[in-house]
Design a protein around this ligand. Structure first.
Ligand SMILES: [Zn+2]
Length: 288
């Protein structure tokens, strides 16, 4: 069974029906959804952008001090700054959008409860959503919501005690990838986008952390980084995901095959690919 562990709902970009169609075409049985993080964000298909993305990956990999500065510059005053455009970041995640999507396609969608620990009301509603059908864990975004990883302590303690996973998009806060594993060693943790912005340093650390995993989602990555992450950590620690609809250029034209190809073309056995494409993730979930 193929399960995408990281995808957002934003019907101003991609409708639920189109998502199901794309999943069907690519044999994706289930997708774990997250509330939209920011307002509608289409990207232009330009060489300029592709070159910038390549440079960004290179800097993060080889000169992190410079890479982190660029990474940090992507988020400013509640806006995501991308290629000269600004997109409003949603401070309080709308988990009701995910609940509604699960209601409509209960066999196809799972849900992450997105939380912003800087908003007490957002923390209060986590348990409420976790009790709704299909919700499997908690998503947090210290990068876009601009807080220290330590702010996640109460939520992490709760997830650890419930035995449910968290998925986290890290900020560039120094050594922040060590904080939750060190303080909540039984917490099941997925670092989004292969642990951006730390990548190699984080991979080295995660190798010895039994409950920490990475996802392969988003255009922050490319096939080479996914390959390096798998080589560094082994196939049991890597989870397939897309991070759509972000990265798409036109309404309802999301290409599901790209991210799946990143896994399909790895030089590992089909059995090992099955773990990345779904078994590892399903192993973390209680409800399935
Ligand atoms: Zn995402």
């Amino acid at each position: 069974m193929i399960v995408d562990c990281h995808f957002h709902v934003d019907e101003t970009m991609l409708t639920l029906e189109k998502m199901i169609e794309g999943m069907d075409k690519n044999d994706v049985t289930k997708t774990a959804l997250i509330a939209p993080m920011n307002e509608t964000m289409f990207e232009a298909d330009s060489n300029f952008q592709h070159n910038l993305q390549r440079l960004f990956r290179f800097l993060i990999l080889y000169t992190p001090q410079i890479g982190f500065k660029i990474y940090d510059g992507l988020v400013k005053d509640g806006y995501m700054k991308l290629y000269g455009n600004s997109y409003k970041i949603f401070t309080k995640p709308s988990n009701d959008i995910v609940a509604a999507a699960i209601d409509r396609f209960p066999d196809r969608f799972l849900g992450w409860v997105a939380v912003n620990p800087m908003i007490p009301e957002s923390v209060d509603e986590v348990e409420l959503y976790l009790n709704k059908p299909g919700f499997i864990g908690v998503k947090a975004h210290p990068f876009m919501h601009a807080y220290s990883i330590k702010a996640l302590s109460p939520v992490a303690a709760m997830c650890e005690s419930k035995g449910i996973p968290m998925i986290i998009h890290l900020s560039s806060e120094l050594d922040s990838y060590k904080y939750l594993p060190e303080n909540y060693p039984k917490l099941k943790l997925i670092y989004a986008h292969a642990g951006i912005p730390f990548w190699k340093k984080l991979w080295k650390y995660v190798r010895n952390q039994p409950n920490v995993f990475l996802d392969t989602s988003s255009d922050y990555l490319n096939p080479s980084i996914v390959k390096q992450a798998v080589e560094s950590l082994g196939y049991r620690k890597i989870l397939y995901g897309c991070d759509g609809p972000y990265g798409m250029k036109k309404f309802n034209k999301y290409d599901y095959s790209t991210k799946k190809n990143w896994i399909d073309t790895l030089q590992i056995s089909d059995n090992q690919k099955e773990f990345i494409l779904g078994k590892n993730f399903l192993g973390l979930l209680k409800i399935l």
